[in-house]
Design a protein around this ligand. Structure first.
Ligand SMILES: [Cu+2]
Length: 211
């Protein structure tokens, strides 16, 4: 609605007196008590939001739920509900076998002689590795650095894997290998000469899914 000329005069103040009593109540000045109650409610509401945020479902749980939800519509309901592991449909993981080997781009090979427990479970395991170079010669003069990482989640672990060289036949003991969350982990074995540990000669990666 538009007005020509000057706007209409403001409504007389007495209009307030004829409004509904409830409206008048809402206009009364708020007492300090009202303010305190409103602040307390607001604080509770905010605390609730923060608390819920803190307890938001972790990515792994999301993945499990997705796996269940993604089940084909004609799959038995039990199969979707049971969905016991995020690994059931994981195709990128290696199947653990004692003695399994993986080779890096520069030809170094790591044999995973044993993971204890094995397969690597959720949590910690201890690995025995045997390292050979591109000429298949066992190497006892290497510095290894083990880095577990969850590529789908973009994080690793704060737990450092300590490497102990056995000093014979290219054997190294690694513990703990900490795979703390269910899902796919890459375990990268960086290979360097012990005399120049910052110069990476090769990198070998094992892939395991933790149920
Ligand atoms: Cu993760």
């Amino acid at each position: 609605m538009t007005y020509r000329g000057s706007p209409p005069a403001a409504e007389p103040a007495r209009c307030v007196e004829f409004s509904h009593p409830a409206a008048r109540r809402s206009r009364r000045p708020r007492s300090p008590y009202d303010a305190a109650v409103r602040c307390a409610l607001l604080a509770l509401a905010l605390a609730g939001v923060v608390a819920c945020d803190d307890h938001a479902a972790p990515p792994a749980l999301d993945a499990a739920v997705d796996a269940a939800v993604d089940a084909p519509p004609d799959a038995p309901i039990d199969a979707a509900v049971d969905a016991p592991s995020v690994c059931d449909r994981e195709t990128r993981a290696d199947t653990y076998q004692p003695g399994m080997t993986r080779t890096g781009a520069a030809g170094f090979t790591a044999a995973l002689l044993a993971s204890v427990p094995g397969p690597p479970p959720r949590g910690n395991s201890a690995w025995d590795l045997r390292l050979t170079d591109a000429a298949a010669v066992a190497r006892d003069d290497l510095a290894l650095r083990i880095t577990p990482f969850m590529p789908d989640h973009g994080h690793g672990t704060a737990v450092v894997a300590h490497v102990t060289a056995a000093g014979a036949d290219g054997r190294y003991h690694v513990a703990p290998v900490n795979l703390w969350m269910p899902g796919l982990w890459s375990i990268r074995v960086a290979v360097a000469d012990a005399a120049a540990p910052t110069v990476e000669l090769d990198a070998i990666t094992f892939w395991f899914c933790v149920p």
